[in-house]
Design a binder for this molecule. Structure first.
Ligand SMILES: Nc1ncnc2c1ncn2[C@@H]1O[C@H](COP(=O)(O)OP(=O)(O)OP(=O)(O)O)[C@@H](O)[C@H]1O
Ligand SMILES: [Mg+2]
Length: 198
């Protein structure tokens, strides 16, 4: 339930591993961490509105890392820097560089040759990006914001809603989201496309 989730988050202390690279050492709970991260993300969104971005700008390692840095630099020392260890999600950390380059080139090709509809291009990119899992954390929020940037700046369409219109508990929304990511892992993008506009 939503309430339980909030109570749990406010009380759960961060583990040693979760604290690694934390710049704000006074933060002790997940809830506080979420709040500071959210403030930082809102600063990044203000930075974004002042920028005019082309497809070539957006689909580059430089921009992808810069955006992550802007979203998390108040909170994490590793903001904008690729992982240096392996995780249970994502590819081997030494392959991130090359995989990201291939992904960006593929997506530019999809855009230039209209291989998929605009929404499907943004959502396929989001899914592949989070599968690479470039950074130690924040990959979910970063990949959703990247999809929003693509749909708004390249295709001049409304940003995605990512489940907020479902009027469900946070936990239910999360379950629907993770399930749609799993479907996308099996090359079925329909649920994630639907979720992103719900
Ligand atoms: N089994 C899973 N559980 C959670 N996330 C998963 C799973 N499989 C893939 N993912 C992806 O990994 C992302 C979480 O990665 P990470 O913790 O680095 O980012 P985050 O910004 O903290 O996540 P989020 O905002 O989505 O909670 C999810 O958004 C999702 O896209
Ligand atoms: Mg996380």
């Amino acid at each position: 339930m939503e309430l339980n989730e909030d109570v749990e988050n406010s009380q759960t202390p961060l583990s040693e591993e979760e604290r690694e690279g934390l710049k704000l050492t006074f933060i002790s709970s997940k809830k506080e961490l979420n709040e500071f991260e959210q403030q930082n993300i809102e600063e990044a969104m203000l930075w974004l509105v002042r920028k005019s971005l082309s497809a070539n700008n957006i689909l580059s390692q430089k921009f992808i890392c810069k955006l992550h840095e802007r979203m998390f630099y108040n909170v994490w020392s590793w903001a904008g820097k690729f992982r240096t260890t392996d995780k249970n999600i994502g590819i081997h950390h030494k392959e991130i560089n090359v995989a990201l380059k291939i992904l960006c080139d593929d997506v530019l090709y999809w855009i230039n040759h209209k291989i998929f509809e605009p929404e499907e291009i943004a959502i396929r990119f989001k899914h592949k990006l989070v599968s690479i899992h470039c950074f130690p954390n924040g990959n979910g929020r970063h990949s959703r914001l990247m999809a929003d940037i693509i749909i708004e700046n390249i295709f001049k369409q409304q940003v995605f809603t990512w489940g907020i219109d479902l009027k469900e508990s946070n936990q239910r929304i999360r379950e629907a989201y993770i399930k749609s990511i799993r479907d996308a892992d099996q090359n079925n993008y329909k649920p994630l496309l639907k979720f992103s506009r719900s």
